[in-house]
Design a protein around this ligand. Structure first.
Ligand code: URA
Length: 245
């Protein structure tokens, strides 16, 4: 009787997981059920006016146990069309920047402050940020990343502000590392410019490149080797760090 009941339970739990996985479009089965519930809620969300004009909500993409998280502003046209974050021109540049920091896109979690596109890509409004923030808070608590890179002033101001760091200006704060406790998670935040800003203002390109290529890369290398060596005694690489806890 007991093995029969537990097998039935396992069967239904697995079916539930598969259904949630299919609904959320994610295939990563190591994530807790709560993870899929959040994505499901984002997909059905009507908490602010943006649900009336969006085509697809964009919950975010990447492993639920990612060590590094990137938080942008809000989905644009391509993201709204596909339901995936940073897939337009700014996204292509972000993928390039990740490579410069020694990171692969599939190893990091990428999301936004707002999960739905503001009409004509206008700036996020305070009521939209407030309505949407609980989703990001839950994502950050579930992922519990070591590093969050904020892309653009909305993400920087919101997350650093919530971590008790006063936002001054992007030109003063970008490329600096803040060790904070954010929503109960101890982590480091590196604010930087939004990749789209560097596409509009070519002078910003070397600045954002430096933030990724020098500051972020050095930070991730340092975290990879914090108190640990690889199996052979050699320093752990960034990829060792991303793949193993
Ligand atoms: N800009 C953002 O802030 N986020 C995206 O997902 C795409 C463009």
């Amino acid at each position: 009787m007991f093995p029969y009941i537990s097998l039935t339970t396992i069967y239904f739990l697995t079916i539930k997981q598969i259904l949630l996985t299919v609904r959320t479009g994610l295939t990563d089965s190591i994530c807790p059920g709560e993870w899929y519930k959040v994505i499901d809620k984002i997909k059905k969300c009507t908490k602010c006016k943006l649900h009336k004009t969006r085509r697809n909500p964009v919950p975010g993409e990447g492993p639920c146990n990612a060590k590094i998280m990137f938080v942008g502003e809000a989905p644009g046209g391509k993201e709204d069309e596909t339901g995936r974050p940073f897939v337009g021109a700014a996204g292509q540049f972000l993928t390039e920047l990740l490579g410069m920091a020694g990171l692969r896109r599939e190893d990091v979690f990428i999301t936004n402050i707002l999960k739905c596109r503001p009409p004509n890509n206008r700036d996020p409004e305070p009521d939209e940020i407030e309505a949407c923030k609980p989703y990001l808070v839950r994502q950050i608590r579930l992922i519990s990343p070591k590093v969050i890179v904020t892309l653009g002033r909305y993400a920087g101001r919101t997350l650093l502000g919530d971590a008790g760091v006063k936002w001054t200006s992007m030109s003063r704060m970008h490329g600096k590392i803040f060790s904070v406790e954010l929503y109960g998670v101890k982590l480091k935040i590196m604010p930087t410019y939004h990749p789209a800003a560097a596409l509009y203002y070519p002078k910003l390109r070397p600045v954002i490149v430096r933030d990724f290529k020098e500051v972020l890369k050095a930070l991730v290398e340092e975290l990879a080797n914090e108190g640990k060596r690889g199996e052979s005694g050699r320093p752990r690489t960034i990829l060792d760090f991303l793949e193993k806890s």
